[in-house]
Write a protein of this length. Structure first.
Length: 180
């Protein structure tokens, strides 16, 4: 009986000269999935509010700094993974330190227009009296969004110095994934 009714209904539509394609309701309202964020889609900076500032005066105690990305494009886009972070030192002996990644698993973040996400960097500050060869004095951070090759250059706004462990297997200064 159902087949006969469907055949009669289809014949009526064809007789009227109208072609109809069956489209599921979910497909009619579906949008294209956002593509990944590119460096040109983003703005970046250090979170500098009182609750976001790292405590660079507590030598030997880990603290965190936060870097944010804001979507400045006209579309939603996604970020997933780890940013690339290279610290450039202020001392002649510092050079550049490419930060190691934590063992945390990254999640995929969708950023709508004007929305912001961040990631944290764990830091291990040392006292000013620490010998020069054992401390790294940050000047700028070169921050590259995940899966990109162009970076942002951010001036380090917090002062202080970090225990130099740029060759360590498990350094006290490292970065976490986007959104963590």
């Amino acid at each position: 009986m159902k087949t006969k009714t469907a055949t009669v209904a289809l014949a009526a539509i064809v007789a009227a000269g109208t072609a109809v394609a069956a489209v599921p309701a979910s497909a009619a309202t579906a949008k294209a999935a956002p593509t990944r964020c590119h460096t040109a889609d983003l703005k970046a900076g250090f979170a500098t509010g009182d609750d976001a500032k790292p405590d660079m005066g507590r030598a030997g105690t880990q603290t965190q700094a936060f870097i944010w990305f804001t979507n400045k494009s006209n579309r939603a886009c996604t970020l997933s993974g780890f940013a690339g972070v290279d610290m450039v030192g202020a001392q002649r002996t510092d050079g550049t330190w490419s930060l190691a990644r934590s063992s945390k698993r990254p999640a995929k973040i969708t950023l709508g227009r004007g929305k912001t996400t961040d990631f944290s960097i764990n830091l291990l500050p040392v006292a000013r009296s620490t010998p020069q060869k054992k401390k790294f004095v940050p000047a700028t951070f070169l921050v590259t969004p995940p899966n990109e090759t162009k970076h942002f250059t951010l001036k380090w706004p917090f002062g202080g110095q970090i225990l130099k462990q740029d060759g360590a297997t498990h350094p006290g200064t490292y970065l976490n994934p986007i959104g963590q």
